[in-house]
Design a protein around this ligand. Structure first.
Ligand SMILES: Cc1cc2nc3c(=O)[nH]c(=O)nc-3n(C[C@H](O)[C@H](O)[C@H](O)COP(=O)(O)OP(=O)(O)OC[C@H]3O[C@@H](n4cnc5c(N)ncnc54)[C@H](O)[C@@H]3O)c2cc1C
Length: 306
């Protein structure tokens, strides 16, 4: 059995790192256990231009600064692990890893974040990584001088479409409605870019090709007409799914699999808190994840004091 912690944080994105900064700075013995890449979605983001007060706007740089801050305050971090057991009821919570290690803590903060949603249409699984991407920052460079489609009509879709114009010769945004759900400035940025064109009220129905993606079938939702469009790459930004599959029998989720918390980030289990993109909320940003992580850590401190 490993050491006993005051706070164990599950997830090393913006919310988890912030909770780690606050609780370790308060001299609480703190451990972040992170499945996947440290920094979470921040490292998938090329520019975080709307995060106040930092000179850098590179997503991975913001993530590295947060990680350094947490470690400098004494927060322990273990990444690229796999959690197999959550025992969160009672005063002492235990987290089990695949490699057999167990960690005990008086409180747990859940910050597993989310991941991009798929379209779930024929060909999507086949061409993931060979023409289909969910991350312009990671894969935009592969499409230098090529033509790509961006699917979606929210902030991510429009902002990442603009990012892609740095690489692609042409970017076509395909969106199911006749209007966008993004902030006005994001819409205007995309509209004024000469490399970006729009196919509205339309949805992709199929991805086609041999070894790599070659074309897509698009349905015009107004007329029902199907057409085939030759394309080198497709970037999909149609929302997200919370990373809560492994938590569905552990904490209370809503119908969208988001963790239900009160305004203090408390779940229904005493001593268990949740923060960031995994919880029930409307706006998912680095700033909101950071705010949630702060509240969760402060609530954990209050719980430990009482
Ligand atoms: C393409 C893109 C562009 C974006 N651009 C911006 C932007 O410009 N400005 C902005 O403010 N926001 C932006 N966002 C949103 C922002 O990145 C997120 O809202 C924020 O980073 C979420 O932080 P989080 O800590 O809640 O979750 P995440 O960043 O998802 O971090 C969760 C971490 O937990 C890990 N994990 C998952 N399950 C478990 C588990 N069971 N146990 C332990 N660890 C687990 C994950 O691997 C991940 O590392 C963007 C997002 C994307 C995808």
């Amino acid at each position: 059995m490993e050491d006993l912690f005051d706070v164990i944080i599950l997830g090393g994105g913006a919310a988890g790192l912030t909770a780690g900064i606050y609780s370790s700075r308060a001299k609480l013995k703190t451990l972040i256990l992170n499945e996947g890449v440290m920094g979470g979605q921040m490292v998938l983001t090329n520019e975080i231009a709307n995060y106040p007060g930092v000179e850098t706007t590179k997503g991975f740089s913001v993530a590295n600064i947060m990680k350094k801050q947490a470690k400098d305050f004494g927060c322990q971090i273990k990444s690229n692990i796999k959690i197999t057991g959550y025992h969160l009821e009672g005063d002492l919570k235990t987290i089990e890893l695949e490699d057999g290690r167990k960690f005990r803590s008086r409180t747990v903060v859940l910050t597993p974040g989310g991941k991009p949603r798929s379209l779930n249409i024929p060909g999507e699984d086949k061409f993931k990584g060979t023409g289909i991407s969910y991350c312009a920052t990671c894969d935009g460079d592969f499409f230098t001088g090529k033509e790509v489609i961006v699917v979606g009509g929210g902030n991510s879709a429009l902002e990442e479409a603009v990012t892609l114009t740095k690489y692609a010769s042409k970017v076509t945004i395909v969106h199911q409605f006749d209007h966008f759900q993004a902030f006005e400035h994001a819409i205007q940025e995309a509209k004024k870019d000469p490399k970006i064109s729009f196919i509205m009220e339309s949805e992709l129905r199929e991805f086609k090709g041999n070894e790599t993606l070659e074309s897509v079938i698009i349905e015009n939702l107004a007329t029902g007409e199907l057409s085939e469009m030759k394309i080198d790459g497709v970037f999909i930004f149609v929302g997200y799914l919370p990373n809560t599959e492994s938590l569905k029998d552990v904490v209370v989720l809503n119908q969208r699999n988001e963790i239900i918390v009160d305004p203090d980030m408390k779940t229904a289990i005493p001593g268990v808190f949740a923060a960031g993109d995994c919880i029930v909320k409307k706006y998912r940003q680095v700033t909101t994840a950071v705010a949630d992580g702060t509240i969760a850590a402060l609530s954990a401190m209050e719980y430990l004091r009482s």
